[in-house]
Design a protein around this ligand. Structure first.
Ligand SMILES: C[S@@+](CC[C@H](N)C(=O)[O-])C[C@H]1O[C@@H](n2cnc3c(N)ncnc32)[C@H](O)[C@@H]1O
Length: 251
């Protein structure tokens, strides 16, 4: 495992054990000089309706920077994959939306997060979910097995983003879609500018710019890529919704 990925794993293992305050750019482990206030990450980004539909522990474990469910437009019977599922909030919400004929997978590399997510699924009584150990750069799923890929504040943490987008494309059925929340930089910010605004493990330094995201999705084979900024999390850096589609003719 590369060094940065190991730092990310350790950071989120601690978050799983100690609670959301150690998470993505919130709480004591981010430099307050550099970055954000807590309302820009985590549970407050979910609607009251979503919040009451899952166990309080799952909501409290949220370390995301948006609500990918708000744009994924999930339908009954669909199969969903959450990249970097953490404490499981988006998997549990997806499972409710797709209903008993659908299924929601979560993939995460951090054992402590998988344990937390599985405990939250048990509390929620969810039977149409599975949390798998693995990396989002090398997904433990066969080709063309899900209709929708979601993710919440994880792609920015990857040290190999082309591999993540290629893997998302591979596991989607033709005609499938990706709808993710992530931190995204304005195009004029250099990598150094981004690093000045926050740490890699805190979801800031590793963020792609809007153009880099759109180009990366196109390079992986996606069509109709779009990035919409939703709220600023640091100067020139935004929580964003990223959407694209796997063409019907793709393999
Ligand atoms: C910021 S947290 C977000 C968790 C969850 N999506 C949420 O909204 O609460 C990042 C999560 O992604 C996982 N993660 C980070 N990089 C990963 C990688 N390369 N492969 C698999 N999981 C990864 C971490 O273990 C952690 O659980």
């Amino acid at each position: 495992m590369n060094e940065v990925r190991e730092q990310v794993r350790q950071r989120y293992a601690l978050a799983a054990v100690q609670g959301g305050d150690q998470g993505c750019c919130s709480g004591a482990s981010c430099d307050p000089e550099q970055i954000v206030v807590d309302e820009k990450f985590g549970a407050s980004l979910y609607s009251a309706q979503d919040a009451v539909s899952i166990p309080a522990e799952a909501l409290a474990a949220s370390l995301g920077c948006g609500n990918p469910l708000a744009v994924a437009d999930l339908r009954a019977g669909e199969r969903v994959l959450d990249l970097g599922s953490g404490g499981g909030i988006d998997v549990l919400l997806s499972a409710r939306r797709v209903g008993p004929d659908g299924f929601a997978y979560g993939v995460d590399m951090t054992d402590e997060m998988l344990e937390l997510a599985r405990a939250n699924a048990t509390k929620a009584g969810a039977t149409n979910v599975e949390f798998l150990r693995g990396t989002i750069e090398d997904l433990p799923l066969d080709d063309a097995v899900v209709d929708v890929v979601i993710s919440n504040c994880v792609v920015n943490l990857s040290t190999d983003k082309p591999a993540v987008l290629a893997e998302a494309f591979r596991v989607l059925v033709p005609g499938g879609r990706i709808g993710i929340s992530d931190v995204v930089a304005e195009d004029h910010l250099s990598e150094r500018d981004r690093a000045e605004r926050g740490s890699y493990v805190g979801c800031i330094a590793g963020a792609l710019s809007r153009s880099e995201y759109v180009q990366g999705l196109a390079a992986a084979g996606f069509a109709d890529a779009e990035v919409t900024f939703t709220h600023e999390v640091a100067e020139g850096m935004h929580g964003a919704i990223v959407r694209a589609r796997k063409p019907l003719a793709a393999h």
